[in-house]
Design a protein around this ligand. Structure first.
Ligand code: FES
Length: 164
């Protein structure tokens, strides 16, 4: 059996957050942390977390797993465990908890909006579309790949201390 310690907080019912102790069958060592969460939610449908694509693309299941932020859908349980037999799952640090592993990412997206993360073109808009050459497109490589999961931001102490 694999031990699991999971952060729980349902503000309508709980006076404060607590860690819930659960177990997983050993076969989950070969699966992803999101598979483990799906299994645990079958046992307890009140467990809340975000997920969508299950492919490391949508960025919705960022969480803190054994002390580090990861996307649960692409983090193997065995890798997260390392030499331990306990999976400790918490919400992303430094963000207000809405419920269980679901955090309020409003400040993160507010910061993102402030850097104006879009292309700015002062030329008048053409009648149909702006054409882009392959060379122009190549200039964008390295600038757009972030999936906005919040994992790196919320693991950064500078962000905890200077949220403004
Ligand atoms: S579920 Fe989409 S990134 Fe994990």
């Amino acid at each position: 059996m694999i031990n699991v310690e999971i952060f729980r907080y349902h503000p309508e019912h709980d006076s404060k957050p607590y860690m819930q102790s659960l177990t997983l069958p050993d076969e989950f060592r070969k699966k992803m942390v999101l598979d483990a969460l799906e299994y645990l939610r079958e046992q307890d449908p009140t467990l809340a977390y975000r997920r969508s694509c299950r492919e490391g693309v949508c960025g919705s299941d960022g969480m803190n797993i054994n002390g580090k932020n990861w996307l649960a859908c692409i983090k193997p349980v065995a890798e997260a465990l390392g030499t331990s037999n306990t999976l400790v799952i918490r919400p992303l640090p430094g963000m207000p908890v809405v419920r269980d592993l679901v955090v309020d990412q409003s400040l993160f997206f507010h910061h993102y909006e402030q850097i104006k993360p879009w292309l700015i073109n002062d030329d008048p808009a053409p009648a149909i579309e702006r054409l882009q050459s392959p060379e122009e497109r190549k200039l964008l490589d390295g600038l757009y790949e972030c999936i906005l999961c919040g994992c790196c931001t919320s693991q950064c102490p500078s962000w905890w201390w200077n949220p403004e």
